[in-house]
Design a binder for this molecule. Structure first.
Ligand SMILES: [Zn+2]
Length: 210
């Protein structure tokens, strides 16, 4: 079983790459957000604890997240591999993940310049009814301002202004560097150029998986 860990700042195209991998390799995409939501829905002991942290506006502590990820990875639907998306975020999480066995592990850092990430994020449009994501340049809705899926209104998210977007990019780079260094030292890290069209980035990425 292969464990693929994707890193990439907002605007790097990480989400799209994860979707392509899931489609072509049938690797489930595992994100902490999804794990938290399903633990809360299933009302597990950990889900209940996580919910009380979230409801009080606090962060869910590392050890709780680590335990929920461990439980998720012990399920039998993982097939020949899985993709970690947005996890691990801290060194403690990375070390805990390393203790969960897998046959091969690859961490891939999708690098993109701040300028390109910002341009992509600022051209992103979201349906304010169903959440479908469009892009003014590369994937506009068929009718201007109207969602293809639900006919809702499609517009730029309020927090996608330039200053906020630059800030998100820098915070990501700063917080994630220690985790990326961890995989570099472990000699399982590959860096790929995330600039340019998604299809071309994916060709490079695929070459690292097969
Ligand atoms: Zn919609």
């Amino acid at each position: 079983m292969m464990r693929l860990i994707l890193f990439g700042a907002p605007g790097s195209g990480k989400g799209t790459m994860g979707d392509f991998i899931q489609r072509d390799f049938l690797f489930p995409k595992i994100s902490t957000g999804d794990i938290l939501r399903s633990a809360v829905q299933q009302d597990s002991a950990e889900g209940g604890q996580a919910r009380s942290f979230m409801e009080s506006g606090g962060l869910v502590p590392d050890e709780l997240v680590i335990e929920m990820v461990r439980q998720r990875l012990s399920r039998s639907d993982l097939g020949t591999g899985y993709v970690m998306d947005g996890y691990p975020r801290t060194l403690t999480q990375a070390e805990a993940l390393s203790r969960i066995a897998c046959e091969s592990e690859k961490a891939i850092f999708i690098e993109v310049s701040e300028a390109e990430a910002v341009e992509r994020l600022l051209s992103r449009l979201t349906c304010n009814n169903c959440g479908a994501i469009y892009n003014r340049l590369t994937k506009p809705p068929k009718r201007d301002g109207v969602c293809d899926v639900c006919r809702g209104r499609v517009e730029r998210r309020a927090d996608d202004n330039e200053e906020a977007v630059r800030q998100r990019f820098r915070v990501y780079a700063e917080r994630t560097m220690p985790v990326i260094d961890y995989y570099d030292r472990k000699r399982v890290l590959a860096r790929i150029d995330g600039g340019g069209p998604a299809a071309r980035v994916y060709e490079t990425l695929k070459g690292l998986i097969a």
